[in-house]
Write a protein that binds this ligand. Structure first.
Ligand code: B1M
Length: 207
């Protein structure tokens, strides 16, 4: 029954309404990021594994993603709004070919909460579009997200183009498919394991 379900279980089962309700309940007891780390991410990790091994199918993966998104919008509502002077502007994008944007959107909300102006280019963004935005807006930090082994190549391509055409820009990368070694190999300036890591790096860049 869905009576004693945890948020993690509700997301795994793709139950949107239940996920939203449980999120609201949890928000009375727990910190926003704690909920993301202890419920949302483990739920999606599990669903991803089950999808990979053929236990779950794409429609179920989609329903879980929808439930996670709804849960996160409830979390976002409750996050304290920051009224401080903007610390700096950051461009964010999920790289070309990749439509996974839940992680990027969490990174965006957190950066905004810590006083940054975020220009969100969205998902499936061509390297050229990222480069021209960085040049036109005179951006000093860009964040790229990639979730698939097939799209990190586009992350690498984006970084190469940025180094050629906007050599002053710092580049941070994240997403489940990456690790610090790989990030170094594709010449990113920084690997952020989670959303808070992106804030810490931004604070370093804009010091
Ligand atoms: Co897909 N998917 N998916 N998927 N999906 C993965 C990535 C996969 C690993 C699942 C699996 O098989 N185990 C697999 C990729 C395999 C590979 O790379 N070889 C996969 C696949 C295959 C696919 C499709 C191809 C399936 C299909 O169509 N047959 C398709 C891809 C379409 C495309 O992109 N072209 C697809 C589609 C989807 C959905 C639409 C159903 C949905 C996405 C919905 C959406 O994002 N709007 C989805 C989901 C939900 C997943 C999993 C289950 C979860 C991803 C997620 O949101 N995690 C995923 C498995 C997994 O990752 N365990 C999977 C939660 C999120 C908060 O974590 O994004 O890692 P994450 O972000 C974290 C950190 O990484 C970090 O901060 C965040 C918060 O802590 N971070 C950054 C992320 N970006 C950052 C950037 C930074 C800093 C930190 O600086 C800029």
């Amino acid at each position: 029954s869905s009576e004693n379900m945890t948020l993690k279980q509700a997301i795994q089962a793709g139950l949107k309404g239940r996920a939203e309700q449980l999120t609201l309940e949890l928000l009375n007891q727990k910190d926003s990021l704690e909920i993301v780390d202890a419920e949302l991410i483990p739920a999606l990790d599990q669903v991803g594994k089950e999808y990979e091994s053929g236990i779950l199918f794409l429609p179920q993966l989609l329903m879980s993603a929808e439930a996670a998104k709804l849960s996160f919008s409830a979390i976002k509502e409750k996050m304290p709004q920051d009224n401080k002077v903007a610390k700096g502007r950051i461009v964010l994008a999920t790289v070309q070919g990749d439509i996974h944007d839940i992680g990027k959107n969490i990174v965006k909300v957190l950066l905004e909460n810590y006083g940054y102006d975020v220009i969100d280019l969205g998902k499936d963004v061509a390297p050229e579009q990222i480069v021209s935005c960085v040049k036109n807006e005179n951006i000093s930090l860009v964040g790229l997200s990639a979730l698939m082994t097939t799209t990190v190549v586009n992350m690498e391509k984006t970084i190469r183009l940025l180094h050629e055409q906007a050599p002053h820009v710092k580049i941070m990368v994240g997403g489940a498919v990456l690790n610090p070694e790989y990030a170094k190999m594709i010449h990113a300036d920084h690997y952020a394991p989670d959303a808070m890591g992106s804030v810490r790096y931004a604070d370093q860049v804009f010091l």
